[in-house]
Design a protein around this ligand. Structure first.
Ligand SMILES: Cc1cc2nc3c(=O)[nH]c(=O)nc-3n(C[C@H](O)[C@H](O)[C@H](O)COP(=O)(O)OP(=O)(O)OC[C@H]3O[C@@H](n4cnc5c(N)ncnc54)[C@H](O)[C@@H]3O)c2cc1C
Length: 381
């Protein structure tokens, strides 16, 4: 384990490892079948303080630095992806706008309930017409007496059907758009004019729900504006910057679990009178997987450490997200191949994990967008 991870976090990672082995993995099949997390498991997650790891201690969280958090998240990601998703949104994209740019009132109103897991968060940026180009969003917020009226539609929003608090990004000045014309708002479940639309039917990620979020003259009081009007694009980008490292951490965790499944199966499965692990073709798949995961792990530790030291990690977080998620996908493909026909069967967890890991190359910025941002930094004057 990276020697920059604090002693306290190392102990906690050990505890999470046991939680994953003894309580999360046994619940996986039920989660996949029902598409929901069992309540006793969610209660355990609350008891472990998992919903508030990144939230400052002064607001009921653990105040973990990003390095420690990423490695806890990596460990938890070795279980069903819905478990990871439920905890990581409250710690990441669902709360970071409040932590970074929220008012004192917003922090004390929302952060303690998010940290304790009593409330579920969602982050609503993406729209049917604006995905990679987030500055093209069409949802508007118009000033009215005592607040703002939001109109528009978001889609692919994780947690939307179960969320209590939404961070919503909307246009407040159509001329300025990303240059001072986009703002961030906090919208509570039940706000007049807020409704949840269709639930998306996804190829993987069972149990972590994506849905449309619709705003029809949805009234948000002035107290719901995060930071100053016009600062919302910066707030959103800051939130995603951190989110990219979380995505990388989870992808590495999933990849490491898959690799250990690949190693076990290669030793167990016999063909031509010997374990397939003795065939060089299998060994190379395992070796390449271990090498890529090791590199991704080091990139993650280095980038998170730099973030905690106050460095600007925009480019490094893109590199880490890109490499970790692409590597983890290759690992999933190789491990499925090592399992032969069995890897294609629903009864193996490999098949599920292969479907789950696919989304990581898309959300929090696609691989193409990460490459674009890395190249833009390289080519700037
Ligand atoms: C499981 C899941 C969960 C999600 N959760 C959330 C959430 O909670 N909140 C939220 O706001 N959003 C969420 N999203 C949305 C996600 O962030 C977007 O899907 C992502 O940013 C890509 O946008 P898009 O789907 O519109 O694809 P598009 O932007 O339409 O991209 C289509 C293709 O074109 C490529 N492309 C686009 N622009 C360029 C370019 N300049 N150069 C090269 N290639 C380009 C893309 O890489 C991609 O391959 C989620 C998505 C998924 C799959």
């Amino acid at each position: 384990m990276d020697n920059r991870i604090t002693e306290e976090a190392r102990h906690f990672i050990g505890e999470i490892s046991r939680f994953v082995r003894d309580e999360c993995i046994p619940a996986e099949d039920a989660i996949e079948e029902t598409g929901t997390l069992p309540e006793p498991l969610v209660t355990r997650m609350k008891d472990l303080g998992l919903f508030g790891l990144r939230i400052p201690a002064s607001y009921g969280g653990a105040g973990m630095n990003l390095l420690d958090y990423c490695f806890v998240l990596k460990e938890l990601s070795k279980s069903h992806d819905a478990i990871r998703a439920r905890m990581s949104i409250n710690n990441g994209i669902g709360s970071m706008a409040i932590v970074n740019d929220g008012s004192e009132d917003q922090k004390s109103r929302y952060l303690p309930v998010l940290a304790g897991g009593a409330a579920i968060a969602a982050f609503a940026l993406t729209e049917p017409g604006a995905g990679s180009d987030a500055s093209a969003i069409a949802t508007t917020a118009v000033k009215t007496g005592g607040g703002w009226l939001l109109n528009g539609m978001k889609h692919f929003i994780t947690n939307a059907p179960i969320a209590d608090i939404f961070t919503v990004i909307a246009v407040t000045d159509k001329e300025k758009r990303a240059r001072g014309g986009i703002s961030a708002f906090l919208v509570e479940k039940g706000a007049p004019g807020l409704s949840i639309g269709a639930l998306h039917n996804t190829m993987g990620g069972k149990g972590w729900l994506q849905a449309e979020v619709i705003f029809e003259d949805c009234f948000v009081p002035d107290a719901g504006l995060i930071g100053a009007a016009g600062s919302g694009f910066k707030t959103a980008m800051k939130t995603l910057n951190e989110g990219r490292l979380s995505a990388a951490a989870s992808a590495i965790g999933i990849g490491e679990r898959l690799l250990s499944m690949g190693v076990d199966y290669a030793k167990l499965r016999k063909q031509f009178g010997k374990p397939i692990a003795e065939f060089e073709a299998i060994q190379w798949m395992l070796a390449d997987s271990a090498t890529e995961l090791f590199a991704a792990d080091r990139m993650l530790a280095d980038t998170a450490f730099r973030f905690d030291s106050g460095e600007d990690i925009r480019t490094q977080s893109s590199m880490t997200k890109l490499f970790a998620t692409e590597s983890a996908f290759r690992v999933a493909d190789r491990v499925l191949q090592i399992h032969g026909g069995m890897g294609f069967m629903r009864e193996t967890k490999v098949e599920r994990m292969f479907r789950d890991i696919r989304a990581y190359r898309i959300f929090e910025g696609t691989s193409e967008i990460q490459r674009y941002m890395i190249a833009r930094d390289l080519l700037k004057d």
